[in-house]
Every structure is written in C-alpha cells, then in structure tokens.
Design a protein around this ligand. Structure first.
Ligand SMILES: C[S@@+](CC[C@H](N)C(=O)[O-])C[C@H]1O[C@@H](n2cnc3c(N)ncnc32)[C@H](O)[C@@H]1O
Length: 255
C-alpha cells in the first residue's frame, strides 16, 4: 500500500495486464516446450529498454509477491530465515532489484550495513528508487545502472539474486560472477523459477535440482534450499505437470 500510494488501481490494472502477457507465454511454452526468447539482446530490446512495458511488468510483479503462493513463501523465507543469518554491518548487494521489495527488506534488517543495487534497466532502477523512498528506507542505498557481466567489482557479505538467472543466456557465468563478488564467508540468496514462461525469460530450468546443481558447480557451498509450488498444488503435482516452482538456494563462499 505504501508503494502504490494513491495509485492502487494502476497497480491492479498492471497485474491484470501482466497475467494476460504471461498467459500468451504459457500457451507458447505448452505448445513448443521451450521459452519464446533465446537471447539477452531480444529481452533488452523488447522489455528492459521499454520504460512503459517495464513499469507495468514490475508493478504487476510486485502484486504477485502478495498473491502468488510461491512468491509469498519465498519472500517470507527471505525475511525470516535468510536476512537474520547475515552478520552485523553486512555489506549487501542485490542484482536486479526491480520492484524493490527485497532490497527494502535487506535495508531494514537490523544487521544491515552498506546497501547497493545493480540493474541493467534504467526503468527498473527508477522503480526501485521510488519504491525504497515510498517505503521510507532510512539507511542510505546506492543504485547503479550495471550489467552484472560488466560489474565494477566489489566484495559483499550478502548478495540477493532473485528472478534474474532465468533471464540470462549463460547462467553458469552469472553464478561464477556472484561467487567472485562474495567476500569470504559471504552468503548468496539465489532464487529462480523452473518452467516459468515470461516475456524476458531465456534459460529454461526444468527441475529445482537443476538449479541447485548449477549453484554447486559454481564452487559455492549450498547451505539451504526451498522449493515453493504455486497455490493449490503440491510440489509433487507441480513436478508432474511441469508447473512453475520457485527455487531458492542459499549458498556461501568458503571462508
Ligand atoms: C524479474 S526482475 C526481478 C525483480 C525482483 N528481484 C524479484 O525477485 O521479483 C529481473 C530484473 O533483473 C534485471 N536484469 C536482467 N539481466 C540483468 C543483468 N545482466 N544485469 C543486471 N540486471 C539484470 C532486469 O532489468 C530486472 O529488473
């Protein structure tokens, strides 16, 4: 409510619009057994660089944090399990903060130190900034237009990477970059969905285990996992029907 302010109707309309966009992608996925896009350049041109599309997308995605059971359990896990495990004054980075909810929770945690967010989309950066201000983030935060593959470097104790891996052409390279950005004993919250067609999804993961294995192969130590099915189905049923399963992997860099 704080983020939407007087404009709740717009957010609700954007959520409805997003459901229509996702339905088109779902139909394509069911017919073709693949995601429609295969290159980052296409996603950048048709989604990230399109301010209006991106704003509606992030507004809709914000509402899914409340209404989609898989997203709300991920957010709850992030707030109640991941963030409290960070050390005091931890240096935190989020790559792809989008609607800003995860970044706001990280900045509000009592153990937070410096807070940074990187995103490749100028529209996303503007949305994150306005959400952080609307929610009344008190700690200073630094938002920068950065493609994670051209990252300026840095060392972080805590890193959030939620719903970005499936947007990339080379997820293994992204996980290697994350491992490099983590300080010794640093922790990463990596979240990506399986079987989740969307207008900017490129890498198709077919099982949660595939994502866990990729994280392991990056050299990080897997500390915990959460596999969250959508509303109304069990994890087993979601697997059988190739439905979306939000997959969280908490991984650390050996100290
Ligand atoms: C679907 S949003 C994720 C929003 C939020 N983190 C969440 O979990 O709902 C994906 C974000 O990743 C950003 N992104 C995609 N590729 C990126 C890259 N190579 N470097 C940095 N950000 C990227 C997009 O611009 C977008 O803001």
């Amino acid at each position: 409510m704080q983020i939407s302010g007087d404009d709740l109707t717009t957010f609700l309309e954007d959520y409805r619009w997003l459901c229509g966009v996702l339905m088109e992608e779902e139909l394509f996925f069911r017919r073709e057994n693949r995601y429609r896009l295969s290159t980052f350049a296409e996603a950048e041109r048709t989604v990230y660089a399109d301010r209006v599309f991106m704003t509606r997308y992030m507004n809709g995605l914000l509402m899914t944090q409340l209404w989609w059971a898989n997203h709300s359990s991920v957010l709850r896990y992030y707030r109640d399990s991941f963030l409290p495990g960070n050390k005091q004054q931890c240096r935190h980075l989020e790559i792809g903060p989008g609607h800003g909810l995860f970044l706001y929770l990280a900045a509000s945690a009592p153990n937070a130190g410096a807070i940074a967010g990187w995103d490749v989309s100028p529209a996303s950066i503007a949305i994150t900034r306005s959400a952080m201000n609307a929610m009344g983030a008190t700690r200073p935060f630094d938002l920068s237009l950065v493609n994670m593959f051209e990252a300026p470097g840095g060392q972080f104790d805590s890193l959030t990477f939620s719903e970005v891996l499936e947007h990339l052409e080379n997820p293994a390279q992204a996980l290697a970059a994350i491992a490099n950005l983590l300080a010794p004993s640093g922790r990463a919250f990596i979240q990506a969905p399986v079987n989740s067609p969307a207008p900017d999804h490129i890498s198709l993961f077919r099982s949660p285990e595939e994502i866990v294995e990729l994280v392991r192969e990056s050299g990080l130590v897997v500390e915990d996992t959460l596999f969250a099915p959508p509303a109304g189905v069990t994890l087993e049923r979601a697997r059988e029907m190739a439905l979306t399963i939000s997959t969280v992997v908490v991984a650390s860099k050996s100290g």
